[in-house]
Ligand binder design. Structure first.
Ligand SMILES: NC(=O)c1ccc[n+]([C@@H]2O[C@H](COP(=O)([O-])OP(=O)(O)OC[C@H]3O[C@@H](n4cnc5c(N)ncnc54)[C@H](OP(=O)(O)O)[C@@H]3O)[C@@H](O)[C@H]2O)c1
Length: 352
């Protein structure tokens, strides 16, 4: 696995990160620790969790793993606040951020959080209040870097402009949903992140499992898969995503995968890793076997004609104005004309 700078000012992270949303849910502690061992053994350095994952159990599992191996100084641990505010507080209010960070520090068993994400926009809290709380945490040494997740373009720009104007920490990282099945981030959010030197750590890079090819058009899923457990779950819910467009994209992924003798998941991950602004992919898995298979994608560099085929098949279909106005004659958005590269070259202005 190679390394990337997370944005212009962030830490150095592995190009593939370990997402831990399954810890304490589909994945029990013993398997989670096998996944963490595997990830560290394969050169992974970025671990992503949140205070709300299994009600804090994900953070606790990571904390116990860290203590058992004598610390996590070789890891960048990211966690999040916003969706579990203490009673009497708003999501991203100062009181909430300052209380939530103490809970995460305690569960992770650490003195400082390497990367602290605000998990989403809070319409009831002025971002300057959140940024001041984060600034105080950075000054106190309890947080090293800050990031945001699940924001629109104008919200991200407002956060960055406010931080610069007030001398507060500018986010180094953005955590959006982004995959071949959902490229909505390219309209506003990705350009804003690039403009501000922010590195992206996309979540659901396999579309919640769809891009492995495991879900077909004709049969509702059953059995021990995410949608077998709950077909209505999240943005990847079966009825929401079982569309002609999804199957067009899956067809292109399947064709490219067959040409390379690789699983579909490798192709989907390789495409995303090579997109502009992407620093590190958050790999989700329920088992060490899945994680190992996904980490095998790390060395895959798709040739330009394959990248192009996937990009065209998944083109988000921009509205005529203003977005369509910046498309070229071939219907490929201006972001698709930017240089894309392989792992280790897509993440930031300063790849290493
Ligand atoms: N900031 C946010 O709001 C936010 C939101 C969501 C996630 N995240 C972060 O992003 C991480 C990844 O998200 P995600 O879990 O949705 O990612 P994903 O990679 O799109 O989906 C992961 C799921 O796909 C299936 N899968 C993965 N590899 C597979 C393989 N090789 N073969 C067959 N099935 C496979 C597994 O589900 P089954 O086996 O159960 O079907 C696995 O749990 C999370 O862990 C979390 O850290 C952040």
């Amino acid at each position: 696995m190679s390394l990337n700078s997370l944005g212009r000012a962030g830490p150095i992270v592995s190009t593939h990160a370990l997402g831990t949303m399954t810890f304490g849910a589909e994945t029990d502690e013993a398997e989670a620790h096998r996944m963490l061992d595997l990830f560290a053994g394969r050169g992974g350095t970025l671990i992503d969790t949140a205070d709300v994952y299994s009600g804090g159990v994900s953070e606790e599992i990571i904390g116990r793993w860290g203590r058992a191996r004598g610390g996590m100084a070789d890891m960048i641990v990211a966690t999040k606040c916003r969706f579990a505010p203490p009673a009497g507080s708003r999501g991203a209010a100062r009181r909430s951020v300052l209380r939530c960070v103490e809970g995460s520090l305690s569960r992770l068993g650490t003195d400082a959080i390497d990367l602290y994400f605000v998990h989403g926009w809070d319409k009831d809290t002025d971002p300057v209040e959140t940024l001041r709380a984060l600034g105080d945490l950075v000054t106190a040494g309890k947080v090293h870097h800050v990031g945001w997740s699940n924001v629109t373009g104008w919200q991200l720009e407002r956060i960055c402009a406010t931080a610069r104007a007030e001398g507060l920490p500018v986010p180094v990282a953005l955590q959006p949903q982004y995959s071949l099945l959902d490229r909505g981030v390219e309209w506003e959010v990705l350009p804003c992140a690039l403009e501000n030197g922010i590195g992206m750590t996309p979540w659901s890079p396999l579309g919640g499992g769809w891009l492995t090819g495991k879900y077909g058009a004709g049969a509702r899923p059953t059995g021990a898969t995410r949608l077998g457990d709950d077909p209505e779950r999240g943005l990847e819910a079966y009825d929401r995503r079982n569309t002609a467009r999804t199957h067009t994209v899956l067809g292109a992924v399947r064709a490219v995968a067959a040409r390379h003798g690789r699983p579909m998941s490798h192709v989907a991950l390789a495409w995303l890793q090579a997109r502009p602004g992407v620093a590190s992919l958050l790999l989700g898995a329920r088992s060490a076997a899945q994680l190992s298979a996904n980490l095998d994608a790390a060395g895959l560099c798709l040739p330009p004609e394959d990248m192009d085929e996937l990009t065209r098949a998944s083109a988000p279909g921009l509205p005529d104005y203003p977005y369509g106005f910046v498309q070229d004659w071939s219907g490929v958005s201006h972001w698709d004309r930017l240089g894309t590269g392989c792992a280790g070259s897509g993440g930031s202005a300063d790849p290493i």
